[in-house]
Ligand binder design. Structure first.
Ligand code: SAH
Ligand code: DHB
Ligand code: MG
Length: 244
């Protein structure tokens, strides 16, 4: 299911709303030349990530799934002076391309790429006392989405926002009989959110040059009793807005 109008409208919106951006274009070109898959967010979606980050005043951002650093570049540009973005990537080539792109973008001082399976990096971040993060962008291997959500909640505070890419996938998310591990991973994440009364979540179906898909958007609304989720040593529970 794709309608040619979706791509046409994306091109129209890009031409009107997004100025020519040599840094982002170089990021895409470098990524393509290195043979990375063409699966980064679209420019229109990158701008959305930027606007969300800016609108909530995000100072600490955590991304899962770096690829060539395209979405991370949008997000990092929204950071105020002293802000940090940590992005988790399993593939050393992707991480290397991304680091090149961050350096060219002048963002190397703000962005840290953590190489490794995210399920191994998350406990390290927690043990280091990282967080709470103001904004999370989850865009990696969807079979692990529920496990990632658990870590994200541990590294969050009241007011933290989560965006998740690729939650609709041509409508497959609504298929309760699907045995696709990615569909199941997204559905399990949504089940967790449905059962989690600390969090408000919604999702927006999207069409565009990347086809028919969607973003999930969630906000941590209430603190969790200490230890409810097994409490990780050294991690502040999501009990407080950050000091101002
Ligand atoms: N956010 C990027 C696109 C990410 S594509 C953008 O929009 O620009 C998904 C990325 O997740 C790929 O680079 C892939 O290597 C990475 N990934 C897949 N499984 C992972 C895992 N277990 N841990 C960390 N990264 C993973
Ligand atoms: C795929 C992954 C993505 O994160 C995305 O935005 C689009 C496609 C994929 O694995 O095909
Ligand atoms: Mg994606």
């Amino acid at each position: 299911m794709t309608d040619p109008a979706w791509g046409t409208v994306d091109a129209y919106l890009e031409s009107k709303l997004l100025p020519h951006d040599p840094v982002l274009e170089a990021c895409l070109r470098t990524s393509a030349e290195a043979g990375l898959p063409n699966i980064q967010v679209s420019p229109i979606q990158g701008r959305l990530l930027y606007l969300v980050a800016k609108s909530i005043g995000a100072r600490r951002i955590l991304e899962v799934g770096t690829l060539g650093g395209y979405s991370a570049t949008w997000l990092a540009r929204a950071l105020p002076a002293g802000g940090r973005l940590v992005t988790l990537e399993i593939n050393s080539k992707h991480a290397e391309v991304a680091r090149t792109n961050f350096a060219r973008a002048g963002l190397a001082d703000r962005v840290e790429v953590r190489l490794g399976p995210a399920l191994e990096t998350f406990p390290r971040l927690a043990a280091e006392g990282a967080g709470p993060f103001d904004l999370f962008f989850l865009d990696a291997d969807r079979p692990n989405n529920r496990a990632y959500l658990d870590w994200i909640l541990r590294l969050s505070r009241v007011g933290s926002v989560l965006m998740v890419d690729n939650v609709v996938r041509r409508g497959e998310v609504a298929d309760s009989t699907s045995d696709d591990p990615s569909v199941r991973g997204v559905r399990e994440m949504i089940d967790t959110l449905a059962a989690e009364d600390r969090v408000s979540a919604t999702a927006i179906q999207t069409v565009g040059k990347k086809g028919y898909d969607g973003f999930l958007l969630a906000r941590v609304e209430r603190p969790t009793p200490d230890g409810l989720r097994g409490g990780v040593e050294g991690v502040r529970p999501a009990n407080e807005d950050p000091p101002r």
